[in-house]
Write a protein that binds this ligand. Structure first.
Ligand code: ATP
Ligand code: MG
Length: 553
């Protein structure tokens, strides 16, 4: 096995198991409940489960944990599959816990026959009362001593639809005084007359999580069943059921869930944001869902690298959103095509440039040679950013100001001669002269300037809507705040620019393309784009405090 150091604790377990010959190869699984879209927290679990199998030559099943008919939907199933593929992973098998309903029913019958399960007619309130507290033992239900024959009969009647929801449950018979509350005769089956997205109306009893999960692992010969820390108390029950049923001994291991700043990470909360219209949908670019990040322009590699960097911990913590952005910039810096777009335009007129002339200039698409080159039209009238001009130059101002020289990216050096203002004092046009010998790549002017600004040709520019996003919450940890987490939403999380000017090459952009709008950030085309109107999302700004810290260190 690998001699590599820095294994995470689960890799250590896997290596030991393989070295000791406990398994020939490992099988992991990713078990989402199809009751919502995947969020960035899930990608942690995906990278871990699929990553382990990849590293150690094993396999990973995708198993939909669809034991709760009421909240589940095939729309969610499809989105989950799509997101996992997009992240770059392939499952060996696509399974559904509902495929095992027959087997699980048989397992339940086995336990009844061993005197290890019984049908209880108590109400949920009675069950809760009899359960005791962590410091006080529980009490036996009066139904606990039913005969095996009676239990078999009643359980079959439950299955056959003889009883209403909540009238009866099937419970494991363990120990009502157990120190682990989950071992005090946990419920295995409940009655629910509900339509299931896969099994339809075949069943009106459904297994509880604890009775379905470990058994499904075992049916699939899962060697390492990895889940989040809140399932630690469930492990004892997981092991008990496997032992009593004498089935394949899967083992459960727990790691810390991913929590991230300025967002919430629970499907229930995300569903609220969608249903109450706080966002445009599950894939709103402000959502912490994989589909949201995807639409915003994130790359699969950046998310995988992020999951690698945060590691696999045994204690919960809150990860800074800026670490994810750092990983994203690292990737986009290498792969995004550099283009020019002007978000807050003001007109620049080159007085000594020939009227009506168009010159095609060549510009590199990025720092990496493989990105190639493109040509950009240049002419007498250009759009530049309003913020690149100052009426009175400040100290160390290297951009445009009366009398100042600046380079137009991939074009010429220009000198500002004068400007025009309207009656409100807004700059309406800037007049410049250009230096013909200063053309980029063949500059013989001998003039050196400190500033370079971007531009687009007025005659050739296309227009676009540009959407700038900010964090969705003002609070670092909205779920931990007092009151409703939605009170901590940032009401300014979306800023729309209706009329940005973009270079013509952008009119053929595809949804998969990633761009750097030079000096403005990383952007991608949004799916709302039409042939009449292009829409771009800002994926991330170019820099932030985090990247400076990392570079210093
Ligand atoms: P939520 O609380 O957001 O609804 P969940 O745990 O109920 O999440 P599941 O669909 O049951 O969602 O999760 C599928 C898998 O993803 C589980 O193994 C779960 O442990 C894991 N998972 C869910 N959230 C996170 C997270 N924030 N970090 C790491 N793993 C997670
Ligand atoms: Mg869950």
């Amino acid at each position: 096995m690998s001699e590599e150091k820095n294994l995470n604790f689960i890799e250590e377990i896997v290596e030991t198991d393989l070295n000791e010959g406990k398994y020939k190869s490992i099988i992991t699984r990713f078990p989402p409940e199809p009751n919502g879209y995947l969020h960035i927290g899930h990608s942690k679990s995906i990278c871990l489960n699929f990553g382990l199998a990849k590293k150690y030559g094993g396999s990973t099943n995708l198993r939909f944990d669809d034991t709760n008919p009421v909240t589940e939907d095939t729309e969610y199933v499809e989105s989950i599959k799509d997101d996992i593929k997009w992240l770059g992973f392939e499952w060996s098998n696509e399974f559904y816990a509902s495929d095992y309903f027959d087997t699980l029913f048989e397992y339940a019958v086995t336990l009844i026959n061993k005197g290890l399960a019984y049908v209880d007619d108590s109400t949920s309130e009675e069950i809760a009362t009899l359960k005791g507290t962590p410091t006080e033992p529980g009490k036996d239900s009066i139904y606990r001593s039913r005969s095996i024959e009676e239990n078999i009969l009643l359980f079959n009647e439950m299955k056959d639809g003889k009883y209403k929801d909540g009238e009866k449950v099937l419970r494991a018979k363990i120990d009502m005084a157990h120190t682990n509350m989950l071992m005090r005769d946990p419920i295995m089956y409940r009655i629910k007359h509900a339509h299931h997205h896969r099994t339809g109306d075949k069943w009106c009893i459904y297994p509880m999580y604890d009775f379905a999960h470990g058994q499904s692992d075992s049916i699939e010969n899962i060697t390492h069943s990895i889940c989040t820390l809140e399932f630690i108390p469930h492990r004892e029950l997981y092991d008990w059921l496997i032992e009593k049923l004498n089935i394949f001994p899967s083992h459960q291991y727990e790691f810390a869930r991913l929590n991230m700043t300025y967002t919430v990470m629970s499907k229930r909360k995300l569903l609220q944001l969608v249903n109450e219209g706080h966002v445009s949908g599950w894939d709103d670019p402000r959502m912490p869902t994989i589909s949201g990040f995807r639409r915003k322009g994130y790359t699969p590699l950046s998310i995988r690298n992020f999951c690698d960097k945060i590691g696999v911990a045994k204690r919960e913590n809150l990860i800074d959103l800026s670490l994810l952005e750092f990983c994203l910039r690292e990737d986009l810096n290498m792969t995004a095509k550099r283009v020019m777009a002007v978000l807050d335009p003001v007109k620049l007129i080159i007085t000594n440039y020939e009227e009506g002339k168009t010159e095609m200039l060549t510009s590199e698409n990025g720092p990496d040679e493989s990105l190639g080159h493109r040509s950009i039209p240049f002419g007498k009238e250009l759009w530049i950013e309003r913020e690149d001009f100052m009426e009175e130059a400040a100290k160390k101002w290297f951009r445009l100001a009366p009398g100042a020289l600046v380079r137009l990216k991939s074009a010429y050096i220009v000198k500002c001669e004068s400007f025009e203002k309207d009656s409100d004092g807004n700059i309406t046009a800037i007049h410049c002269t250009y230096i013909p010998e200063s053309k980029s790549g063949q500059d013989t002017s001998g003039i050196s300037v400190k500033g370079t600004i971007h531009w687009v040709s007025v005659k050739h520019a296309a227009t676009a809507e540009v959407r700038l996003y900010d964090r969705l919450f003002k609070s670092e940890n909205p779920a931990a705040e007092e009151g409703d987490f939605k009170e901590y939403m940032n009401l300014d999380s979306l800023h729309i620019i209706n009329n940005a000017y973009i270079e013509p090459s952008l009119t053929t952009a595809n949804l998969e393309d990633r761009f750097q709008f030079i000096r403005k950030g990383y952007f991608c085309l949004d799916k709302d784009s039409t042939t009449e109107k292009l829409v771009f999302n800002r994926t991330v700004t170019l820099k932030d405090a985090w990247s400076k810290e990392v570079k210093k260190g």
